[in-house]
Design a protein around this ligand. Structure first.
Ligand code: FAD
Ligand code: EPU
Length: 301
């Protein structure tokens, strides 16, 4: 592994700050080696960043990054791409529906959800407790059984090396944990579609949705490892296979909820991969990974 030198910071042609950094600090699991991180603030900077192979990093809350890091550039939406304008759009809003200004893909979702509650704006409160950025949460339509990102979207702006387009949710083939947006198409910003309510009503719904998290572990983790197959809890299936508390190195299948792998401190990506293999081999139902592995691994994962 290469050591991190503070002098590794440079500025690109379009003025992007580029720095070689350990990716572990950008993830909720706290695992991952180094890569060149591009802190992109403008459309021009984004286009430049996409001129070579890249990955887009959001809140790092669904990622298991290899201890060797990744060879591609890692784009991080910053500055104006992490800002929000929640004022109602005068043309698009009505008494029944508020359409906001633009909300950057780099905006942290938890703070946005709190702010919408204070404004008494409903539709997205079901996503309470998801530690994502807006772009990452839209890209995989993050949600709970009380609601998902696509409940509150009006327009999605998507950047690719070939250019930028704006789409409505109806133009996408979205579903459970899936926006239909191809990998590495970057959600740069969105307009939200919200229902006028009251702070009290929104808070009550948020608290209700949050109750479902009481049984989730509080340690470093990338959330649920597997999607729920056919609506059945993958956690229950892993639990029924007797795997709670299984440990490889410093990674553990959480005793609280079997679909969570936690980092006990000093876990490696290889530890997590090994636990995923154990689960796959012991649960009789085929399970689809919800985590993203960087880089992708060959084989069934
Ligand atoms: P990252 O983890 O950074 O990236 C995940 C994927 O999204 C990558 O492919 C990345 O390239 C892509 N991506 C990131 N940003 C963008 C962008 N701007 N444009 C396009 N693609 C992008 N998920 C749920 O759905 N429901 C839950 O209840 C839930 N609970 C969780 C609880 C905990 C404690 C944790 C740690 C995670 C939980 N998750 C949950 C998982 C995670 O929060 C979601 O998968 C979330 O959508 C990941 O978003 P992110 O911004 O962190 O993306
Ligand atoms: N269960 C067990 N053992 C376990 C875990 C769960 O028996 O180890 C049982 C529970 O007792 C309950 C049922 O399975 O009867 C459902 O469990 P839970 O309410 O925890 O919901 P889940 O289906 O396991 C889903 C999402 C979570 C989301 C919660 C709350 C998926 C893969 N998981 O979990 O999302 O937070 O509902 O809405 O869809 C994520 O996607 O990363 C995530 C954490």
């Amino acid at each position: 592994m290469t050591a991190h030198h503070p002098s590794a910071q440079t500025v690109s042609r379009t003025g992007t700050r580029v720095e070689r950094l350990p990716l572990a600090r950008f993830t909720t699991l706290g695992v991952g080696g180094e890569a060149e991180v591009w802190f992109v603030e403008t459309a021009a900077q984004l286009q430049e960043a996409m001129e070579a192979p890249y990955r887009i990093l959001g809140g790092g809350s669904n990622l298991v990054i290899a201890d060797e890091g990744v060879s591609e550039r890692v784009i991080r939406l910053s500055g104006p791409l992490a800002e929000r304008d929640l004022s109602p759009d005068g043309q698009l809003s009505t008494d029944e529906q508020i359409v906001t200004g633009w909300v950057g893909g780099g905006v942290p979702l938890p703070g946005l959800i709190r702010q919408l509650q204070k404004l008494g704006l409903s539709n997205l409160e079901g996503t309470v407790g998801i530690p994502a950025q807006v772009g990452g949460a839209v890209w995989m339509n993050a949600g709970t059984r009380y609601g998902e990102m696509f409940d509150g979207l009006h327009t999605i702006e998507i950047a690719t090396p070939g250019g930028t387009r704006q789409v409505s949710p109806a133009e996408l083939d979205w579903g459970y944990r899936d926006s239909g947006i191809p990998r590495n198409h970057i959600v740069t910003r969105v307009r939200l579609k919200l229902r006028p309510s009251t702070p009290e009503e929104v808070l009550a719904k948020m608290d209700f949705a949050d109750q479902a998290r009481k049984g989730q572990p509080k340690m470093k983790t990338p959330g649920c490892a597997f999607k729920n197959p056919g609506g059945v809890s993958a956690g229950r299936l892993i639990d029924e296979a007797g795997l709670k508390g299984t440990r490889v190195g410093n990674a553990l299948i959480a005793p609280e909820h079997a679909n969570f792998i936690v980092n006990l401190g000093g876990a490696t990506a290889a530890d997590v991969h090994a636990l995923l293999d154990v689960i796959r081999s012991r649960v009789p139902v085929p399970l689809e990974l919800e985590y993203e592995l960087w880089p992708e691994r060959p084989g069934p994962l």
